[in-house]
Design a protein around this ligand. Structure first.
Ligand code: GLN
Length: 193
């Protein structure tokens, strides 16, 4: 299985470790992309404004948009989730594919980053929130809540896309890795996963 990871900047190397840990092959996407060779896609955390700027030199986002719309498994964390939101408070929409409104830097500045208990599908664990955004509105009933922290929504699934505001790739706990493996293996059936 080949998993494309957007690698302009941010936590792409941590995602690459997760992908290797489940015996799949990470493909670091930097300046060119053949979407036909990919089985799944990960959009990492980092800085969404920087990613948008870097994309101006390659326009890879157009290709990513096609890949996401083709229905293949797509995971986003933090800044990656900002890229996919249909409405962005404090920023621009970039590759709008999920029916959520997201508010950038909603917990405050970098020093307000924290670790907190998160329910993620059927598991509870401590995960990092790094200058994280908040999912402030759910804009359609296609969006399922799949992760919560202090009864706030911190992860959603819409068809083939799972979008999180925290960083499971920094834990690589057994539950997350098993989930990632089965998510990727579902392929085009992932929308019913
Ligand atoms: N604050 C960043 C942004 O707005 C997101 C932070 C992260 O991805 N850890 O893009």
């Amino acid at each position: 299985m080949k998993v494309g990871i957007l690698s302009f900047q941010g936590s792409f190397l941590d995602h690459s470790k997760s992908v290797k840990a489940i015996n799949a092959k990470p493909i670091l996407i930097k300046n060119k992309l053949d979407i036909h060779e990919l089985d799944a896609l990960i959009l990492p955390g980092g800085e969404s404004t920087a990613m948008k700027k870097i994309n101006e030199y390659s326009d890879i986002f157009l290709e990513l948009d096609k890949f996401i719309k083709s229905g293949k498994p797509t995971l986003s964390t933090c800044a990656g989730t900002i890229l996919l939101a249909k409405a962005v408070v404090g920023g621009d929409t970039v590759i709008p594919n999920i029916d959520i409104e997201i508010t950038r830097n909603a917990y405050g500045r970098q020093t307000e980053s924290f670790e907190g208990s998160v329910s993620f599908y059927n598991n509870e664990d401590i995960y990092c929130f790094i200058r994280a955004p908040k999912i402030t509105k759910i804009l359609s009933d296609k969006v399922k809540v799949i992760a919560q922290h202090n009864s706030e929504v911190v992860g959603v699934q819409q068809d083939n896309i799972v979008a999180l505001t925290f960083h499971p790739e920094l834990n690589n706990d057994r539950y997350y890795l098993d989930w990632l493996e089965s998510f990727i293996k579902e392929g085009e059936n992932v929308g019913t996963f």
